[in-house]
Design a protein around this ligand. Structure first.
Ligand code: GAL
Length: 693
């Protein structure tokens, strides 16, 4: 069982909101360390992540160890009142390992070996790598497991490696044997009667290496599952070693949001707290919307409890082709977006800017230009702000709205043999999320197997692969009074990626009251009509549509399947003209919508807005939020954040009081560029501020 909040709370109950940074002291002479600590204190940093890439410094050769420097920096940090998140250095093995044991190095699908000289150069199933990683982990855990400065463990870094080598092939076979029990079971699951792919011995089975044409989709899906499982094994192996020697200290690793290579619901079960890395792209300010969704994924992974933003950039990164710096104020806005959505701390990569190595150009809390800089001043202001928000520490932020997401389904849906590469899983996810974002309603991104009873509204933007019992659980929940919105191309495949026979969405047909017979990816956009804008029940063909809508990528040939179903929108042009494009169905005490196209924003806003109202949820915003403006509510506090350079006007449904200044606000607020307000809304205001407008 996971203990997310307890894991993080064991730290934050002492420190308040965490304010942290990756700190790589091995890059500077020891004489400069006291100055670093002074600057940490000045900025309000209360935790640093140490040792993420220190393997070669800790173990300079196979039989030499050097912990003296780490002893000394830990002592200095402790004296300085800075806590430490201590990392195992296993993300970047030293050159001696790859040189002596080339089989620890990963190979790509074409069989090309990836060499040392960078980082991440290990094959997750290499027994020699694992042994070396466990050895260095154990040495650290024994030595520092009870060190008073160490408050958190950080396993590896952004676990994401994949390899296609022979040793991996062997582990893959073992995994398949456990999954299918026999070669016959495997042949059936993979559908190897197709293209003469039947396997006659286990030794014939390989990772999906470069092949002349399309791979068997179930083979690829299983390799993704297996590879994700290997990463989790690396994590749990190190965690178990750490726990033996450091039983009081929470263990985690830094996730990467919607990273395709690992199923984070599996990680959520094994980590003591959810830690995630998020990098807004300053050149595309709209990326804050993906940031909000990613933070809401973290909230879901943490089951509504607090989580930690483990990495973000103070200003520019170095790894995009064109690395814009953050605008003044954007650091605060980006950081508070995470706090508003449940983060109990904000950490930066990194504390001090490197002058050498591949991240020379990456921003840091302390830039090359030193402490009298915009970035350092803004970081210090953020440090102070985070401590002012200490009262939120430990406050859970459960949401009443769930968005279902499943890595398995993502992997299966984006198979190159599919009907279209334009119905992207994350694009659909964002499209369904946006109407909620625009209404200031936050969500939890959860697995389709999660219990739904604490939610009022469930969105299912796109679940191509959907297990029957998960579909049944959703339908039962709606039947008891829940409200669901289901997107296109959902429920199509089973756990093996086999397409279900019969009219789609098959296992969801009774729930949504509509079925289809053909997916029709669009060559040219088709117009849509809203049939029943007021949702007065039943289709009213011929009702005027308020605005032209278009589907541009996807359509489905649908027909109503139940007397309780009514058409919400129809296709207006093309060969499906007159047929349903979106349908609402009453199902028991609840209701479900099904959308059979890539719905334009206005249609989704209409459907999701109606579903929000039917689910009895109220938005704190009048109408919708303007562009660039985020509103997220945590423990009764509204965070109102302007991610853009324009002044924006927002209308809230209630008066509020500024948490920090005590200044009262009416329902109309003007947000200056990059403003970040924290407001206490409603009841308290009338108590404290009676008589003010
Ligand atoms: C992260 C990584 C860090 C650092 C950072 C730079 O993905 O975990 O080690 O490389 O990016 O933005």
């Amino acid at each position: 069982m996971h203990h997310h909040s307890r894991g993080l709370y064991s730290v934050t109950e002492r420190t308040g909101m965490l304010f942290g940074a990756d700190y790589n002291p091995e890059q500077w002479p020891e004489g400069s360390w006291p100055e670093d600590i002074r600057l940490m204190q000045r900025a309000g940093i209360n935790m640093v992540t140490l040792g993420v890439f220190s393997w070669a410094r800790l173990q300079p050769s196979e039989d030499r160890w050097d912990f003296g420097w780490l002893d000394r920096i830990l002592a200095l940090l402790h004296e300085g009142g800075i806590s430490v998140c201590l990392a195992t250095p296993t993300a970047s093995p030293p050159p001696w390992l790859g040189h002596r044991h080339p089989d620890t190095l990963p190979t790509d699908a074409a069989g090309t070996r990836q060499w040392y000289g960078s980082r991440n150069q290990f094959s997750p199933s290499s027994a020699v790598y694992r042994q070396a990683a466990e050895q260095v982990t154990s040495a650290l855990a024994v030595r520092y497991g009870r060190h008073p400065a160490v408050v958190m463990w950080h396993v590896g870094n952004e676990l994401g490696q994949v390899s296609h080598d022979d040793e991996t092939a062997g582990s893959f076979r073992n995994w398949l044997l456990r999954r299918y029990g026999s070669l016959e079971g495997l042949n059936t699951a993979w559908g190897t009667t197709f293209w003469s792919q039947a396997y006659s011995q286990w030794e014939e089975i390989l990772p999906p290496r470069t092949a002349p044409y399309l791979h068997n989709p179930t083979h690829v899906l299983d390799f993704k599952r297996f590879s994700s499982g290997l990463l989790l094994e690396l994590y749990t192996a190190e965690r178990d070693i750490i726990r033996q020697h450091s039983p009081e200290v929470p263990v985690t690793t830094n996730l990467m949001g919607f990273f395709r290579g690992a199923d984070y619901f599996g990680f959520a079960d094994e980590t003591d707290l959810i830690g995630n890395d998020w990098y807004t792209d300053p050149a595309r300010p709209g990326t804050w919307e993906m940031g909000a969704l990613t933070h809401d994924l973290c909230r879901g992974l943490a089951r509504g409890e607090p989580w930690l933003l483990m990495e973000s950039a103070p200003s520019a990164v170095n790894w995009r082709p064109h690395n814009s710096a953050k605008e003044p104020g954007a650091m605060m806005v980006d950081s508070l977006s995470a706090v508003a959505r449940g983060a109990d701390g904000v950490c930066f990569f990194q504390f001090r800017q490197s002058s050498f190595g591949a991240e020379r150009f990456h921003s840091a809390v302390v830039p090359l230009a030193g402490e009298d800089t915009r970035v350092f001043h803004e970081a210090s202001a953020l440090g102070a702000r985070l401590q002012e928000l200490r009262l939120l520490t430990g406050e859970a932020t459960p949401s009443r709205i769930a968005v279902l997401f499943d890595w398995d389904s993502w992997w299966a849906a984006e198979s190159p043999d599919g009907p279209s590469d334009r119905l992207g899983v994350l694009d659909q996810l964002q499209a369904y999320y946006r109407p909620l974002l625009r209404r200031g309603l936050s969500v939890e991104v959860v697995h389709p197997g999660a219990p739904l009873d604490r939610f009022d509204l469930v969105l299912v933007p796109s679940l191509f692969l959907l297990r029957e019992h998960h579909a049944d659980a959703l339908a039962d929940w709606v039947h008891l009074g829940g409200t669901a919105v289901v997107g296109p191309f959902t429920g199509v495949a089973d756990d093996r990626g086999h397409l279900r026979e019969g009219r789609f969405p098959s296992v969801l047909a009774a729930l949504v009251g509509v079925t289809g017979e053909e997916w029709r990816p669009l060559a040219v956009p088709v117009a849509l009509d809203i049939v029943d804008p007021d949702h007065t029940g039943g289709a009213r063909p011929g009702a005027p549509s308020p605005a032209p809508f278009e589907a541009s990528v996807w359509s489905e040939d649908l027909r109503l399947h139940s007397p309780t179903a009514s058409t919400i929108a129809t296709f207006a042009t093309g060969s499906l003209a007159g047929k349903p494009a979106a349908v609402r169905n009453s199902h028991g005490a609840g209701a479900a919508w099904y959308v059979g196209c890539d719905a334009p924003a206005a249609l989704l806003s209409h459907i999701v807005g109606t579903a929000v109202a039917e689910a009895g949820l109220a938005s704190p915003v009048v109408g919708e939020l303007p562009d660039d403006v985020e509103l997220a509510t945590r423990a009764g506090y509204h965070f109102l954040l302007n991610h853009g350079p324009e002044t924006r006007v927002v209308h809230l449904t209630e008066h509020s009081v500024d948490l920090l200044s005590g200044e009262p606000h009416g329902t109309r607020l003007a947000l200056r560029p990059y403003d970040a307000l924290v407001l206490k809304s409603g009841a308290d205001h009338t108590k404290n501020e009676s008589g003010t407008p």
